[in-house]
Design a protein around this ligand. Structure first.
Ligand code: NDP
Ligand code: PYC
Length: 343
């Protein structure tokens, strides 16, 4: 996919790509409102070069919608549970429309109380997590999010897959610069990147996964075919993954990554779990100049020799796409147009 993209690609504006993706979502059974939210998310990932969660995901969304596993027309139910606590039932729909529905209340509560959280359950998240947190930092807030996925990661020292790839995303405002954002799977590699490596016939580094017999392997196909991934950083990543299960599933009322059985829905790919967002208003802190202090830390990291900060690659890619358009392989674009017509 990536090599195709760099071989005489077409260039689309963000608006063009988003409109095409929205047509595909609606054509395959989402409401216009859900299509708008998912298309914005997916086009943003493609624009930023987040390849494992951009248009690569469209066939997975389509096959999941066709399988009846997810409700593309679900209308989330948002509940004001306590001064700093909002719950959202995504009604077996996607998580992002639930976040969109709760967002203004979440910000209002964070600004009033200094901190607020949104606990989403009965939801499907098939995307990158940074688009969920970066916008809060653009409004001067600090945001953290956690999502669990599907059992494909062996806990440290274990013998079978239990955790999801369970990403954690964090965003903080910076004075005079784009927010500082990281978004990372707690597995050694995201499942999407294993699929891309398998497609491209590439081997993975050692320590990323095991085959169906529990033996270490660098072959992405063996990991996908009955094998499993390992957490990053041994017991440390495993502990973070455990935390994500607790925050995104136990706290929200969503499924653990091992809880759901999609075998009755062939084609289903979206994990049916939960998501937690924590939003903090740093102006309530004693320092009262959080964005400047973030900038101070970034400058010190640069001075210490860290060549780039998390998020920098995406922002560079975004700036390039805004200038030149979003590169998409001609064959890939044809597949998207076909999806927009099929159904
Ligand atoms: P990466 O390992 O590619 O990157 C993780 C983070 O580290 C990013 O913020 C990245 O910034 C930063 N980074 C990478 N290299 C460097 C470096 N050399 N110096 C400083 N910072 C660096 O991401 P993952 O493979 O772990 O995850 C990929 C995506 O998959 C994420 O968006 C995640 O949300 C998604 N995902 C979604 C799941 C779901 O259930 N919805 C499950 C698992 C993963 P930058 O972005 O600028 O490269
Ligand atoms: O890449 O690990 C992943 C993933 C799981 C669900 C969505 N993306």
């Amino acid at each position: 996919m990536q090599s195709e993209k760099h071989n005489n690609p077409a260039h689309l504006s963000f608006a063009e790509l988003k409109a095409l993706l929205a047509r595909i979502f609606e054509r395959h059974g989402t409401s216009a409102e859900v299509a708008e939210v998912l298309a914005d998310n997916c086009a943003s990932a493609q624009r930023d070069g987040a390849d494992s969660h951009g248009i690569f995901r469209m066939p997975g969304y389509v096959s999941t919608l066709a399988s009846g596993w997810v409700d593309g027309k679900a209308v989330p139910e948002v509940r004001d549970a306590a001064p700093g606590f909002i719950t959202a039932d995504a009604k077996n729909g996607f998580a992002q429309p639930a976040l969109a529905a709760a967002r203004s209340l979440l910000i209002e509560k964070a600004r009033t109380n200094g901190i607020a959280l949104l606990a989403i359950h009965n939801s499907h998240h098939f995307a990158a997590l940074w688009p969920d947190v970066e916008p809060f930092a653009r409004e001067g807030l600090v945001a953290l999010s956690f999502v669990n996925s599907m059992a494909c990661v062996v806990p440290h020292g274990g013998t079978r897959a239990l955790f999801g790839t369970n990403p954690i995303a964090f965003a903080a405002p910076r004075e005079g610069a784009d927010p500082l954002v990281f978004d990372l799977a707690t597995s050694a590699i995201a499942n999407g990147d294993v699929q891309i490596a398998a497609r491209e016939g590439k081997m993975l580094p050692e320590g990323y996964g095991v085959d169906r017999d529990g033996q270490p392997t660098c072959d992405p196909k063996a990991i996908l075919d009955g094998g499993a991934l390992l957490p990053f950083g041994g017991y440390k990543g495993s502990a973070l993954s455990m935390m994500v299960e607790l925050l995104a599933a136990a706290l929200t009322g969503g499924n653990f990554s091992f809880d759901f059985d999609w075998s009755g829905h062939p084609g289903a790919q979206t994990p049916w779990t939960g998501q937690l967002l924590i939003v903090i208003d740093p102006s309530k802190g004693a320092g009262n100049n959080f964005a400047r202090r973030t900038e101070t830390l970034v400058r010190q990291m640069q001075a210490a020799g860290q060549p780039r900060q998390p998020g920098d690659r995406r922002y560079r890619q975004r700036a390039l796409a805004e200038k030149e358009g979003i590169p998409i392989a001609v064959a890939e674009l044809a597949r998207l147009h076909a999806l927009a017509k099929a159904g």
